[in-house]
Ligand binder design. Structure first.
Ligand SMILES: NC(=O)C1=CN([C@@H]2O[C@H](COP(=O)(O)OP(=O)(O)OC[C@H]3O[C@@H](n4cnc5c(N)ncnc54)[C@H](O)[C@@H]3O)[C@@H](O)[C@H]2O)[C@@H](O)CC1
Ligand SMILES: [K+]
Length: 501
């Protein structure tokens, strides 16, 4: 799957550039798009008796007329249902003219139970909620458990945000063209698309040079080039040293999960910084992971003076009874460089004064990585969180620009954003990750990779992917303790991918 994501506006631009350079004109691209959809339908539903094709008034509907014609030519019984005729002079009007089937009105359409419906009402051009009739049909298809194949996007889903503004179709298969859009990956769009196929319709790759997309799908191809590969000359500290701050005696497990995950992701040395009253409980559970007493922010400075780690994890299980904020600021001020992953309580501790964190991060030699889930995000960026006009992608980008940090905005559709404008949307998320402690493991993997000198944005993207991949492989019954032990097989497979690919 290609890694670039194009917004609907960028996709329109790609079409324009391609058409202006030839050899395909707009109608030829539309015929290619319709042919790609028809091929997928015939491959999966070859014995189907009746196929309903819903055509909208724009180019998405144009694709629909091509699909209807091709399915008819292939011998299927096809019914075209249209929401008004296409505008004269458009490619969609040409497609409708070439389609031999007479269109019935949308208002008369009532899907039978389980019927096959091709949804070509609206795609990239959706600008407002579905009209009454289209909304009724979307709901009727859901109630009838119709099998919906969406052309480009399920109608009603925004290609920019993945949001359903009102009613939307729920597809079992979505066939889109050239590149995915953010709305295919952001929820609820992701769930509404069902299986996604990206079809080649003849747009040349060179159109991307002009568009220079800054939003990407989080796949190994995105970060493989900087993925750490140990060399023969390395020793444990040069492979990367991670320090994880432990909570008090009653909440040490989270730090140990992070520490183990950092070690399993290839960091050569990991130290748990523990308050004195939790040393015994930590010592009882740690073997290869080192332990050091660090009781207060001053002691952080002393510890760093002895050996400054390459990456820190601060927040998991730390507790809000101690001034986490002071600890975070001490790390940002005292360390000579590297990365600090601020998670959980570390994020919440700045809820009253987020600017203090952002200012300290901007003047620190350390790179900051924030790993908020939705609730934590709202504590640091309340205005962005509350702005319904922004997509999750825009929120994450805004947060990264404001904080100067790499932001991992977690959820079923995790978005990773960098202050330089790059952003990636994760694709391999799994509900098995919704289990206590999985965030602690993620923070540890991020720190483990960053300690090995992977650039912070790459480390964040790779960690999110690896974390989800491990969980997918394990599946039912997964608990956070399982995740570090699943890393070796994920690492082995990443290292086996040819970096030249
Ligand atoms: N040359 C191209 O640009 C190609 C476009 N393709 C198809 O063209 C689609 C985009 O076509 P369009 O830009 O014509 O957009 P749509 O077909 O998605 O929408 C058509 C028009 O309907 C209006 N509209 C938006 N939301 C509405 C709503 N809720 N209720 C009623 N009217 C609404 C808008 O004015 C919009 O331009 C893509 O999704 C794809 O399927 C493909 O044929 C490949 C080539
Ligand atoms: K559609």
């Amino acid at each position: 799957m290609p890694i670039e994501l194009l917004s609907p506006a960028e996709m329109g631009e790609a079409d324009r550039i391609a058409i202006s350079h030839g050899p395909f004109d707009g109608y030829a691209l539309m015929r290619n798009a319709g042919a790609a959809v028809a091929a997928e339908v015939l491959r999966r539903f070859s014995g189907e008796k009746h196929i309903n094709v819903l055509c909208g008034p724009g180019n998405n509907g144009g694709d629909g007329y091509v699909v209807a014609r091709l399915l008819r030519e292939a011998g299927c019984a096809v019914r075209v249902i249209a929401e008004g005729p296409p505008r004269e002079g458009t490619d969609a009007a040409l497609a409708a003219r070439d389609c031999p089937l007479e269109a019935g009105p949308l208002s008369a359409f009532e899907p039978d139970a389980g019927s096959l419906v091709i949804d070509a009402l609206y795609g990239a051009g959706l600008t407002r909620p579905l009209d009454r009739e289209a909304a009724r049909v979307a709901a009727a298809c859901r109630n009838a458990c119709a099998r919906v194949v969406a052309v480009d996007l399920p109608s009603g889903i925004s290609g920019d945000s993945g949001r359903a503004v009102g009613e939307a179709f729920e597809a079992m298969l979505t066939v889109t063209f050239f590149r995915l859009k953010p709305g295919h990956l952001l929820e609820p769009g992701r769930a509404s698309c069902g299986e996604i196929v990206v079809a080649d319709i003849g747009l040349p790759e060179t159109v991307l040079e002009q568009i220079a997309p800054r939003t990407l799908v989080n796949l190994p191809a995105l970060w493989l080039a900087t993925y750490p590969r140990p060399t023969r000359q390395q020793y444990k500290y040069s492979r990367g040293h991670v320090a994880v701050f432990s909570g008090g005696p009653g909440s040490t497990g989270a730090a140990r999960l992070s520490a183990l995950a950092a070690a399993r992701s290839g960091a050569g040395a990991v130290t748990v910084y523990s308050p004195g009253n939790a040393l015994a409980v930590n010592a009882a559970h740690l073997t290869s992971i080192m332990l050091r007493r660090v009781d207060d922010p001053d002691a952080v400075r002393d510890a760093l003076a002895v050996r400054s780690p390459d990456a820190f994890v601060l927040g998991p299980g730390f507790g809000l009874d101690r001034p986490v904020r002071e600890w975070a600021l001490a790390v940002l001020k005292a360390s000579a460089g590297g990365v600090v992953v601020l998670d959980a309580d570390g994020i919440t501790s700045f809820r009253d004064r987020p600017e203090a964190l952002f200012e300290a991060a901007k003047s620190s030699p350390l790179d900051l990585i924030l790993t908020p889930h939705e609730g934590e995000f709202a504590r640091l960026f309340p205005d962005l969180a509350a702005d319904d006009g922004l997509s999750k992608l825009e929120k994450a980008r805004g947060a990264a620009a404001r904080s100067g940090a790499v932001v991992i905005f977690k959820g079923p559709d995790t978005v990773i954003a960098s202050a330089d404008g790059r952003a990636a949307i994760n694709f391999n998320g799994t509900p098995w990750l919704a289990t206590a402690g999985s965030g602690d493991v993620l923070a540890g993997i991020v720190a483990g990779l960053a300690a090995q000198k992977m650039p912070p944005f790459d480390a964040a993207c790779a960690a999110v992917w690896m974390h989800a991949e491990a969980a997918r492989r394990f599946g039912p019954g997964l608990i956070a303790e399982d995740l570090p032990g699943l890393m070796p097989q994920v690492l082995r497979e990443i290292l086996a991918i040819d970096p030249a690919l």
